[in-house]
Ligand binder design. Structure first.
Ligand code: F6R
Length: 262
């Protein structure tokens, strides 16, 4: 795993947006995997800014989101459909975007179809991931199979609590459709973002802990190309953070993503 430690949310968001933009510049028809939640908000804002400045064009790009709440319609303001429209798609047109259907009558069939659509699009070139406090990626909670595919999952009580802030007194859904860990691991590049002290333990478990279903993100240690972009607080429990800093500082020019070079 490449671990990049930056000063703050703004720097993390700029590097994440630049990474995605550099991919799309070199391959306009790239397939992106996208996440929701609070962490990638700054990245989407940065992508919108790049688009307005004429430096990012997603018109040939296809996207697949990781997850959606079961029972929420796309027009529900707390759905991930609504989140994605508001954060990105209303501002930056994409060729085609996909979010799992939370209202699917036949959920297993819809999940299998989602997997087929990813394959038909050529697979995901870059999957953006946030990280749960309990080490989840997508909504693959601890003890999820490390080979799992897109399916229905029941959220852990801690995740329901963490999501409550988005629901303003309404009942928080317990069930989600999420890409599986096996699905995520098939992406050609995984870009994991984490911000804040509350994520520091999960970050340390993901990067430096054992590979275990108790920390689903630790499965990313098996992936050949993972970039973890952290602010200082999220990196604070990594025992090898000085090493990660020196690796990043001495990266050859040709491997660098320059935030202002687009
Ligand atoms: C969202 C998702 C989740 C979140 C994670 C962190 O699409 O897949 O894994 O990335 O729960 O959420 P935030 O960023 O709100 O801390």
């Amino acid at each position: 795993m490449e671990v990049v430690i930056l000063a703050d949310d703004a720097a993390v968001s700029r590097l994440a947006a630049a990474t995605v933009s550099q991919l799309v510049c070199s391959r306009p028809d790239a397939v992106l995997g996208l996440a929701t939640g609070s962490t990638p908000r700054g990245m989407y804002a940065e992508m919108v800014r790049l688009h307005r400045e004429g430096r990012l064009d997603l018109s040939q790009t296809t996207t697949f989101n990781l997850d959606e709440y079961v029972g929420l319609s796309p027009s529900d303001p707390t759905s991930y459909h609504a989140y994605m429209r508001e954060a990105l798609f209303d501002h930056v047109p994409v060729r085609r975007w996909h979010v799992p259907d939370g209202l699917a009558a036949d959920i297993p069939a819809a999940c299998a179809a989602y997997e087929r659509e990813i394959v038909a699009a050529g697979g995901i070139d870059c999957q953006v991931l946030g990280l749960g406090h309990d080490g989840h990626i997508g909504f693959n909670e601890p003890t999820s199979s490390l080979g799992s595919r897109t399916r229905i999952k029941t959220l852990a009580p801690e995740t329901v609590e963490a999501n409550r802030r988005f629901f303003e007194g309404r009942e928080v859904p317990r069930h989600v459709i999420t890409m599986g860990i096996g699905t995520i691991l098939e992406s050609r590049h995984c870009l994991v973002l984490a911000l804040g002290e509350a994520k520091a333990s999960a970050v340390a478990a993901m990067v430096e802990g054992p590979i275990t279903a108790m920390c689903p993100a630790s499965a990313l240690q098996m992936h050949a190309r993972v970039t973890v972009v952290l602010d200082e607080a999220a990196a604070s429990r990594l025992s090898m953070r000085d090493y990660y800093r020196s690796v990043y500082q001495s990266k050859p020019e040709w491997q660098r993503v320059e935030v202002d070079a687009l």
